[in-house]
Design a protein around this ligand. Structure first.
Ligand code: SF4
Length: 508
């Protein structure tokens, strides 16, 4: 009895501590987590948050934010990944802890460049907006107090006095509605956006903000804090980069891909070299179609292009023998003679098939990897055309592929908004004449597989991908690792090995 009451007390204390640590289901992430966590947990939290942010990116483009369908889909994802999905009354400590820790891990990974910071900020803002708007009025109030953003609600007497001005200066507010709604007196600096959009009444240096617009102010505040925090984190990167356990993981995260790795080939050898030209037109994503065209035209591709295209071809089923034949035939039509090819280039192709060096069986690059790393320079054809091409050139290319003017406008709009994979999805829809792609595009080989499925009624080239661990990369002599995708501790090794391969392949 004694024992059980003590245990209960301890349990109650623990629950109290936990509640104290995360009193709200959402936060501004002002304090970094101080506890120690295992690398396994580190990786799995980070990957889950990345999955969540990717879903948020997709939802933000395919649905109007805040609509019922947007909210339902986001809630389902939050539940699935075990993040806090609404202000739960019960103790959801584990979900809040995961939310807190995973945010800080991705902050580290995504502070490393302007592009990454912008992407991260956008998705985190959308997530925050959704969560904040899901709070009840009293929880909002509590949260605002907690983050020192409690604004003074004006009294009935002031509201009555200003009723006419509030009604005329606040769009959509009749006198009756002014009476119903709570208004807050907010310093002008906090309400700049509302002021600029002429959505609020201003008097004596204060904006009178209706309750329904308070989220704009909270979001602005959060955006400012998070952008500053990202800039500060970027400054402290050198010390993090010296940590040899963390650095490879963080690097991987920022290029991370969270789907199948396209390394397990049921259809290896089912493609003939003669089919490649036709397939490149029908089923290759733009990045690979561009590489294929450049190779056929100039009988050569520089290092980055050979890596990106070679691994893609391997992913769609080219055997090592076919790859050697394919590259050799093309290169010897240009300036490389057969001897030079056999001595230099052939080695690196065998290497990428795991037949040389450390015998790592390399996986094709994901979109994230292509978009985020190694941008092409003059004379290169690798990279993602949606990310790396000049919009005017991209437009011309799309025109040459007979995409309709309205289709081109849609693609270019997505590119402008930096939604490169979504632009590619749109390209898929336009070239396959379908309204909804029905999947979230993350990998050039996924594009190819889905295209083939669609064109052939799901029959031809249907592969059985290894979805279990998602990121397995075969190594002839060691455990499974993956280089192109989710960060696992062994990714670090794969990355180093990939660099090793690239070193072999530096010849232009
Ligand atoms: Fe290639 Fe991915 Fe870019 Fe599409 S989004 S062109 S598949 S890298």
């Amino acid at each position: 009895m004694e024992f059980s009451s003590r245990a209960r007390l301890r349990h109650a204390r623990l629950a109290g501590d936990r509640r104290e640590q995360y009193p709200h289901s959402l936060q501004f992430y002002l304090e970094p987590p101080m506890e120690s966590i295992s690398l396994v947990e580190f990786e799995s939290f980070a990957v889950d948050r990345l999955k969540l942010l990717k879903v948020i990116e997709n939802l933000g483009v395919s649905h109007v934010r805040g609509t019922d369908v947007y909210k339902a889909k986001l809630e389902a994802e939050l539940r699935k990944l075990k993040f806090p999905y609404r202000a739960l009354a019960e103790d959801d400590y584990e979900a809040r802890r995961k939310d807190h820790i995973s945010h800080f891990i991705l902050r580290l990974a995504y502070c490393q460049s302007e592009d990454l910071r912008r992407w991260f900020l956008q998705q985190e803002m959308d997530l925050f907006r959704y969560r904040f708007n899901e709070l009840t009025e009293s929880l909002m109030q509590k949260f605002l107090e907690h983050v020192n953003l409690s604004f003074e609600a004006i009294g009935e007497d002031v509201k009555n006095e200003l009723a006419n001005e509030l009604s005329t200066s606040t769009p959509g507010f009749t006198l009756a509605k002014v009476k119903e709604q709570m208004f807050y007196k907010v310093g002008l600096a906090d309400a700049v956006d509302l002021f600029r959009a002429r959505k609020v009444f201003i008097k004596d240096g204060f904006a009178y903000v209706p309750f329904k617009e308070i989220d704009v102010i909270v979001l602005n505040n959060y955006r400012t804090k998070l952008s500053k925090a990202l800039a500060l984190t970027a400054r402290s990167l050198p010390s993090i980069q010296s940590d040899e356990r963390l650095q490879p993981l963080l690097n991987h995260l920022s290029h991370s891909y969270v789907g199948p790795d396209y390394s397990v080939q049921k259809n290896t050898g089912k493609i003939s070299l003669e089919q490649i030209d036709a397939l490149s037109v029908k089923s290759f994503p733009l990045c690979m179609r561009q590489l294929h065209r450049a190779l056929r035209d100039s009988h050569h591709l520089r290092h980055g292009g050979r890596m990106q295209y070679g691994l893609f071809l391997k992913g769609i089923g080219l055997t090592l023998e076919q790859a050697l034949e394919f590259w050799k035939k093309e290169f010897i039509r240009g300036k490389v003679d057969a001897d030079k090819f056999d001595k230099g280039y052939a080695y690196s192709i065998r290497h990428s098939y795991g037949k040389e060096g450390k015998r790592t069986d390399y996986t094709p690059y994901s979109c994230m990897k292509i978009i985020m790393s190694n941008p092409p320079s003059q004379g290169d054809y690798h990279g993602c055309p949606f990310r790396h091409s000049d919009p005017e050139l991209l437009k011309q290319k799309l025109q040459s592929y007979k995409i309709s003017p309205s289709g081109i406008t849609q693609v270019l709009e997505l590119v402008k908004g930096m939604h490169y994979q979504l632009a590619c999805q749109k390209f898929f829809e336009l070239t396959h004449d379908i309204d909804d792609i029905g999947f979230s595009l993350n990998h050039p080989n996924q594009y190819f597989t889905e295209s083939q499925k669609l064109l052939n009624g799901g029959r031809e080239l249907k592969k059985e991908f290894n979805n279990s661990g998602n990121f397995q990369q075969k190594n002839n002599s060691q455990e499974s690792i993956n280089s192109s995708s989710t960060p696992t501790s062994s990714n670090a090794k794969a990355d180093t090995e990939l660099e090793g391969l690239e070193a072999y392949f530096t010849e232009d």
